[in-house]
Structures are given as structure tokens and as C-alpha cells.
Design a protein around this ligand. Sequence first.
Ligand code: IPM
Ligand code: MN
Length: 348
Amino acid sequence: TDSLSIAVIGGDGIGPEVVAEGLKVLDAIGGSGGPKVSTTDYDLGAQRWHRTGETLPEGVVDELRQHDAILLGAIGDPSVPSGVLERGILLPLRFALDHYVNLRPAKLYPGVASPLAVDRVAPNGIDFVVVREGTEGPYVGNGGALRVGTPAEIATEVSVNTRYGVERVVRDAFARAQARPRKHLTLVHKHNVLTHAGHLWRRTVEEVGAEFPDVETAYQHVDAATIFLATDPGRFDVIVTDNLFGDIITDLAAAIAGGIGLAASGNINPDRTTPSMFEPVHGSAPDIAGQGKADPTATILSVGMLLAHLGHDAEASRVEAAVAADLAERGDTTRTTAQVGDATASRL
Ligand code: IPM
Ligand code: MN
């Protein structure tokens, strides 16, 4: 009786290829006792921009709102000037749908190689999640340029941090930390230099933390956090940070946990007033597009996050277990995009 309506944005480059495998897995879930899924494709990305000059037409956002969730492949193409699609599609979606939690787990699965000497630097494994703020910070486009092209040029990008925006993401991060066995939350910022925003984030963590007395908190400056991510990643459980720091450290987190091909994410509206959007952390990888080389695992894990967000926890666990089994079996063998999707789907 359960049926999910999913909006699908394949997007550019390898996006449509990896999304196709994610949908295979979603179908396999539906065929094995899980919720049935109906999908609607939305054609957004470089091709549409070249054809019509449109990025995200008004009506599309309204249609997207009608779905239970959105599955997105990747947006971006070298044939389009930098920023046009990012500022025209991806960020407006996150902002319009109020995806204030950008959830990015970093977990090193058995059998997966990390560039770190894991036995030495993380003998207890790597398993943390970054709660990246998704609607504020330097991403809001609050800036400008003066005297462009002259020696006196000035460019500003103002980071916007509101009490409302910081408090809601911090509260979400505390709740996630409380639900995990270690109950540990690290605020990552740079309050020694970014004193205004840093003060707001610190104070908010302190104040909201009073509601979660069983959660232990820590603080790291973002530069130091990159050292610990490389030398002692096991110390992290939940990290909460702003939009830009979160962007940067989640690429590092992906790299240490087996690579960007495995990194899943959810652009989440925890209040469920809008559909949340799930996407691999990686981009459109135009250099390997159309060759069946892209690893769809990040998208498949994102599908698992989608199911978890919609309350299908058992199905989400089944997807994660299927991926874990596939990763353990895969070893160093090279497989095509479809082979990974088929193998994972068939485990379900
Ligand atoms: C990501 C990407 C995006 C971001 C870009 C494509 C706008 O790097 O999802 O991490 O910076 O958020
Ligand atoms: Mn990024």
C-alpha cells in the first residue's frame, strides 16, 4: 500500500548513469517487500541550458514540491560557464526547498581501501557524519565586485549566519549525535579569525547543548580539523559546521573513507515541509561520462539515505547491507557502472 513518488534529476555527465543504478536498487527494494516507487524525470542541466537558456524554471520547483523526495545525479559541465548551473540549479534547489541539513556520512566499509594507514591512525575504524549547514554561509551570494578589471578591484563574499539558521542545524546535529552510540559532537569553525560568526556558532552549541546533556561536545578550528581527519579520524562522531567548511571537509572525509565514488549525501529538510534531495557528493565527471566507468555506489547509498529519511529504516538498512556486501566482495576488480548496480540490486 505504501507508494513513494520520487522526482529524478539525472543532470549532467555521469549523473544519469549513476542515477539509473540507484533506481534499479529502489526497484529491487519495491520488488522485495519495500515501498513501490513511481518516478518522474526532470530534465535540468547543461543540455537544457544550451537548448533553451533555462536553468531552473519557476514551475519546476512547484512540481518538485509535489514529490516525496528527489534523487539527483550531478549538475555541471565544462561547456557552461562556471557557476551558471551551480548558482542556477543546485543551490536554488537547496535554498528553495530549505534543505538546511546537508548530511554527509563518512564510513569506511570492510574491504575498502583508504589512503590512510587505517590500522595505525584509526584502529577502531572511520565512522562519522558531517552535518553541513545547507542554506547560509558564503553560499548565499551576498557579495559583489567593485572596479572590476582594474588594479583597484575589490571582491566580497559575505558569509551570512543567522541565529535561526545556526540554531536549527545545531539542534539537528545534537539530535543525530544523541541517537548514535558515542553521543559526541564536534563543532568545526574558525572562531579565532571569523569572530562574529564563530561566536554565534559557539554560543549556539553551548545553549542548545543544554537540551542534550548526554551529548559530549568538542571544538576544532577547521584547519586543525583537516589534520585530525588525516591523522586521527576515529575521534569524530558527528561534526557540525557551516556551508563552506562543510563542503571542503566532506571531500576530505570522502577521500579517507574510500573515495568520492562512495560518498553519499542528503540535502534534508528535517521539518518535512518540503521534499528532501539525495545525491552523491561527487560531480558530473565529464571525463568519464558515457563510458560505464562511474561507480554508482555513492548514489545507491544516497538511495538508502532517502529511504531512511522517509521512515523506511528496515529498507535503508537492507540497501546499506547490500552495498557493504558488494564492497567486501569487490576487492580490486574493475566493474562497470551497471555491474555494480546489478550486483547490488540482486542482493535485495
Ligand atoms: C557539493 C558541490 C556543490 C557545493 C557545488 C557543485 C555547488 O561541491 O555538493 O559539495 O559546493 O555544495
Ligand atoms: Mn563539494
